[in-house]
Design a protein around this ligand. Structure first.
Ligand SMILES: [Zn+2]
Length: 451
């Protein structure tokens, strides 16, 4: 079946062009100004035609039906692929984690690849990297936090060395666990037990110190490094320092760190906003927007996870026990478009880079991320004329709240094609399931030239 998307403004790697796009056999077949023959024609007059968004940071296994409903929400937002964290828990092999996540992902509507989260590093891990190459896992994550996942600095060093040799990349959750545990108890014992205690318990230096330490370890390991969910200006300054001394550093932030501040914790429903790292100050969001505009931030991921509000409210008097994380998979493109592009903080081209092209390159999703003939047909027809307001319930996430409730939005994914099949039509989901496993390979580490 041939599908023609005509009259749209295409965001191509070389710039914008008003042109027609022909999809055939799950691929982008042709791009040009001629009217290609097709079985189905989609008129994209007045719309932008964008490469499908790739979310580099999701925790779908925490959703009630794992990859089911939340990947439908992703598709509705123009996100056509997710890179999910599969966990290797202590005592398990990476392969065991991989197989578990492959089972969970079976219902996915969008394409899915995996980063492997490592809870340790030793000779067995090093040996297993060959097997991971074979199954298409090339990126990894380590946590400096959480008792069941945290690793020590030596393990991070070892992993960086091992992964580097395979052309892969390691992302690290940067917060100082020993410090934040002590400070958390101090805050709680001082009588601040509600959500207001959360940002006080994980202050900016807890992140900035950990970012600086991770990047010094990467310097020693002579390895590229990826900082996940950067939240603070001081953390950003540590990244600038590492880059100034010649290091290859990739940086991700999230819509929540660009758009929300720690005032949210003083609200009645403050527990809704509990995530780690916590929301920061306006000076931090401003610094992150500037860094995005300056090309210093490479990707915007969601850190998506769906927790029912009741699970959070149950612990409203003890912030230490509230599950951390928020749902955002459906809204990432819309928020970046509204508050980035429409407010002239970033260009539409930059939005496409951070949502599609960069994650594809960094994580070796070589077949996607750009509108180029021959690549997989993951395409979004973006209607800039749409206007709406996000509420706690008018989204498709498997979650009964939204940290973006009350946010006005402009633009939406009107039509979405995944592997050439139409999944969203006029903003409605018309097809569920069918997402494919993405074999990732060595990344195209475009910041290498900085060295
Ligand atoms: Zn995360």
């Amino acid at each position: 079946m041939k599908r023609l998307i005509k009259n749209g403004t295409l965001l191509l790697p070389g710039g914008r062009q008003k042109a027609n796009l022909l999809l055939e056999g799950g691929r982008i077949a042709q791009i040009g100004t001629e009217e290609f023959e097709a079985d189905q024609v989609v008129d994209a007059e007045g719309c932008f035609v964008l490469p499908g968004f790739i979310d580099p940071h999701t925790h779908l296994e925490l959703s009630p039906d794992h990859f089911g409903r939340d990947t439908e929400a992703a598709a509705l937002g123009g996100c056509t692929s997710v890179l999910e964290f599969a966990n290797q828990f202590r005592g398990e092999s990476m392969m065991q984690g991989f197989e578990k996540w492959m089972d969970w992902a079976i219902d996915s509507t969008v394409n899915y690849g995996f980063h492997m989260s490592l809870s340790a590093w030793d000779e067995a891990h090093l040996r297993e990297l060959d097997k991971m190459d074979e199954v298409g896992v090339a990126s990894y994550k380590m946590y400096m936090v959480y008792d069941d996942l945290r690793v020590n600095d030596g393990e991070i060093y070892g992993a960086l060395r091992g992964i580097r040799a395979h052309g892969g990349i390691l992302g690290v959750h940067c917060e100082n666990w020993d410090l934040l545990k002590v400070i958390t108890e101090e805050v709680y014992r001082s009588g601040i037990t509600s959500a207001e205690g959360h940002p006080l318990s994980r202050p900016v230096p807890v992140e900035a110190e950990a970012v600086a330490r991770f990047l010094r370890i990467a310097q020693l390991a002579e390895s590229p490094a990826y900082v996940v969910h950067l939240s603070s200006r001081e953390g950003l300054e540590e990244i600038r320092r590492a880059r100034a001394r010649g290091q290859e550093v990739y940086v991700e932030t999230c819509p929540q760190y660009l758009l929300l501040t720690d005032d949210c914790y003083n609200r009645e429903d403050g527990v809704k906003y509990m995530m780690s790292p916590p929301l920061r100050k306006a000076k931090d969001t401003a610094a992150l927007w500037e860094a995005l505009a300056a090309g210093e931030i490479d990707t915007v991921g969601t850190d998506h996870c769906s927790f029912p509000l009741a699970d959070r409210l149950a612990h409203r008097d003890d912030f230490r026990k509230v599950p951390n994380g928020c749902a955002g998979l459906q809204h990432r493109g819309q928020l970046l478009y509204t508050y980035g592009v429409c407010e002239n903080r970033i260009t539409l081209e930059q939005m496409v880079s951070v949502l599609s092209a960069h994650p594809a390159r960094i994580f070796g999703v070589s077949d996607r991320g750009e509108l180029v003939p021959g690549k997989a047909a993951d395409v979004v027809v973006w209607d800039p004329s749409y206007r709406g307001i996000i509420t706690d319930t008018n989204h498709h996430h498997a979650c009964d709240s939204s940290v973006y409730a009350g946010f006005a939005v402009k633009g939406r994914a009107r039509d979405v094609f995944i592997n050439g099949a139409q999944v969203v039509e006029n903003g409605e989901l018309i097809r569920s399931g069918g997402g494919r496993y993405l074999r990732c390979g060595p990344g195209l580490h475009y910041r290498e030239t900085q060295k």
